[in-house]
Design a protein around this ligand. Structure first.
Ligand SMILES: *Cc1c(COP(=O)(O)O)cnc(C)c1O
Length: 392
């Protein structure tokens, strides 16, 4: 009914499906036709605590009946509490800056790195090395940081100073006297659910430390328990100089954050955001982080990861003609499909079978379920996914 409106008034920057979702609960969404869909995508890793989470909604309602926004010219109680919670979970002295999205968090990270490269008021080191097939955002700088040339059409000229490494092994040979930072996703999300090798990441972290080059880890997708630990850096056993967060951090409210051990890097005026970290989003996020931290502590998150893994493995074993390989960590999982055409077909059939999944890279079927998904939702979702595969 509103499809025509969308097509007439909204820019066509997305390849959209026209299902009118009107309500959600946990990992289930309902359309205006009353049909239920199992959500194995959580709005691209955002709805980490499930749809219509009661605790988050109550926190939001309580907050908006008091104050929604007042600007960063005043301190903001839930922002301070959220920063404390994130630093305590990280376990080392860090400071935070709050933005509204992943791209903005990465913009802030790039600015921090550039300022770190400054000597006597001049930027002496400015180059940032990123990886091929990475994804860091859609603003002009973060798009340039994104190591996918196909996304750079039309939008130049771009800022200088981004260099792409074909693989983690190639990074060392690209470091020079102008290099200030290396920015990586430990599990490439949009690029195809591609986890980096643990030993190589540890060697890289060590090398960068020796050379006084910053390690920026883009945890916009991997962060806040998506991989089973608070951050992917915890899983990889490394420390980063800068970590960026967004997607799952707010459970659906738009929030991004950059955490850094460079606690004195910014002076008043160096950076800012009108909306960043306002009462609404930080109060919601504080609740999200508290829910997920308890989920992890109780052992329930690890159990869910195990169940989800078993469900995927069963489908993989049964449909190996179409699935080349299983990839991923925690609740960030994928099937490398036999071809891009087969992926396209399975995406279509999954939707017809009312299970929401995602595409990543050229040929990867991606799963990012809510971290709070129930056993029953998993059972139904895998049954539907199996049906979708059986129809191929
Ligand atoms: C989604 C994503 C971004 C961009 O986040 P936006 O909120 O869309 O700006 C950046 N980096 C990674 C790793 C992402 O997955």
């Amino acid at each position: 009914m509103y499809e025509a409106l969308d097509k007439q008034y909204v820019l066509h920057s997305y390849a959209r499906e026209y299902i009118n979702f009107v309500r959600g609960e946990s990992a289930t969404l309902y359309s205006d036709k009353g049909e239920d869909y199992i959500d194995f995508s959580s709005g691209i890793g955002v709805v980490s605590v499930g749809h219509a989470n009661k605790r988050v909604n109550e926190a939001i309602c309580d907050q908006i009946n008091k104050i929604t926004h007042i600007s960063n010219l005043f301190y903001i109680e839930p922002q301070a509490k959220l920063a404390e919670a994130l630093v305590k979970l990280y376990g080392e002295e860090m400071r935070l800056f709050f933005a509204n999205s992943g791209a903005e968090a990465n913009e802030a990270a790039i600015k921090i790195a550039r300022k770190y490269g400054e000597v006597d008021g001049k930027i002496k080191r400015y180059k940032i090395i990123t990886l091929k097939n990475s994804f860091h955002g859609r603003t002009i700088s973060t798009l340039k940081a994104t190591g996918q040339a196909s996304m750079h059409n039309y939008f130049g000229p771009f800022p200088d100073g981004f260099v792409y490494a074909d693989s983690i092994d190639e990074i060392e040979s690209l470091l020079d006297e102008k290099t200030v930072a290396v920015m990586v996703e430990l599990v490439q999300g949009e690029g195809g659910v591609e986890p980096l090798d643990r030993a190589r990441v540890q060697a890289l972290a060590k090398l960068l430390k020796q050379r006084d080059i910053l390690l920026i880890v883009d945890e916009v997708q991997t962060g806040v328990y998506r991989t089973g630990e608070f951050l992917a850096v915890n899983r990889y056993g490394i420390k980063a100089d800068i970590v960026t967060l967004a997607k799952g951090l707010g459970g659906g409210v738009p929030i991004g954050a950059v955490m850094t051990r460079l606690i004195d890097i910014f002076r008043p005026g160096d950076h800012g955001s009108t909306f960043g970290g306002n009462y609404l989003v930080t109060r919601a996020s504080l609740e999200v982080v508290s829910i997920l931290e308890a989920l992890k502590r109780s052992g329930k998150l690890d159990e869910t990861i195990k169940r989800f893994d078993e469900g995927l493995e069963e489908i993989y074993q049964k449909h190996q003609t179409h699935i080349k390989k299983r990839v991923g960590i925690g609740l960030m999982q994928g099937f490398r499909m036999s071809s891009a055409e087969v992926l396209k077909e399975i995406l279509k059939r999954a939707l017809q079978n009312r299970v929401l999944v995602l595409k990543a890279g050229r040929d990867t079927l991606r799963f990012l379920p809510p971290l709070t998904i129930s056993d029953e939702e998993m059972r139904v979702g895998f049954e539907r996914l199996d049906n979708a595969f059986s129809l191929l």
